[in-house]
Each structure stands twice: as C-alpha cells, then as structure tokens.
Ligand binder design. Structure first.
Ligand code: ZN
Length: 177
C-alpha cells in the first residue's frame, strides 16, 4: 500500500504480519488494524431482508444491510446509521440482538481491509415491502425479501455473510442448510 515511507520517503518501508508498516530509517510505524463492521439479519418471520450491492466489491451480489463502523461510534449506532443512510429505514434499537461475529476480507480500490463483522438480528414488521425503502443508489441497487428456504448462500457477496446466514437459518430448525 505504501511504496515510500509517508514520514521520510524511504523505500525501505515494510508491511509485516499483514497489519503493520515499519520504516527502518526513521522509525515510522502504522498499524493497518482490523476494521469493525456490522450487518443486520432482518427477519419478517418468514423472509430475510437482503440488499443487492450497487458497487464493488461484489457489485450485483446479495448482501445484508450494514457497513463499516465509524470512528468513535458503537456497533449498534453504526448499524442503525447504515440502515438509515442506505435504506432510508431505521430498525428499532430495542429489536437488535447481537447474533454472531465472523472475520471478512474486503478488497477496495487495491487495498485489502480485514474486517471483524458483527451480525445482529431483528424481527421486523412483516408489512414492510420493497417499496418501504428509500435506497441510496450509489450503494444499493435493490432490496429483496427472500423466504428462508429460498436463500442461496452462494449468491451472497462475502464469506462472513454466508457463514452468518447459514448459522441463522440453522437456528430456525436446521432444515435450511
Ligand atoms: Zn521513514
């Protein structure tokens, strides 16, 4: 990511252990730490709400609502903000339950971000429809309510999302694997 040290311009800067840049010439250190991200498994009682990604990585594939947690933000606040921004819809804070966490790898514009994804669940109003949302088109090209037994894990954008969706479907009786 850095070809030259951002502090002294030395070409000897090295990226080590997949997370830290060190410059032997001036002592510059930068930790490219794991980033926190959130996602929501919103369940109507028969269907799960998926988004269709409007941008890379994995444009066009199915995903869950959510995104990166901002600096100085908690995971719940980050998830609610992402839902508001991307979907024009705010999940009820009291309905959010932390369900699982999985690591993910998110390549974006030639930089690989390692993330720690936190998956929340919420039971949502089964009266919601695709028209209930006001989508941020730069991020999301559509939303789909998919019945439990019609969720196809291979159509999901990320490994962590597949693991979370599989684990969630398993809690519903183990017949949707
Ligand atoms: Zn340096």
């Amino acid at each position: 990511m850095f070809r030259y040290c951002p502090s002294c311009a030395s070409k000897k800067i090295r990226f080590m252990d997949n997370r830290v840049f060190r410059c032997p010439d001036c002592g510059f250190v930068y930790y490219h730490n794991t980033a926190a991200a959130t996602a929501l498994i919103a369940d109507t009682g028969g269907c799960i709400l998926f988004t269709r990604r409007g941008k890379e990585p994995a444009a066009g594939k199915l995903d869950l609502p959510g995104g990166f947690v901002n600096p100085r933000e908690g995971a719940v606040e980050g998830l609610i903000r992402e839902c508001r921004e991307e979907l024009g819809w705010t999940p009820e804070r009291g309905s959010l339950v932390l369900f699982a966490s999985f690591p993910n790898v998110y390549p974006y514009k030639n930089i690989v971000y390692n993330t720690c994804d936190f998956y929340f669940t919420a039971r949502i109003d089964d009266g919601l429809t695709e028209e209930s949302f006001n989508l941020q088109q730069s991020e999301i090209s559509g939303v789909e309510f998919i019945k439990y037994d019609e969720v196809r894990l291979e159509k999901l954008a990320f490994e962590s999302t597949r693991l979370a969706a599989r684990a969630y479907l398993k809690t519903l009786g183990g017949i949707y694997e």
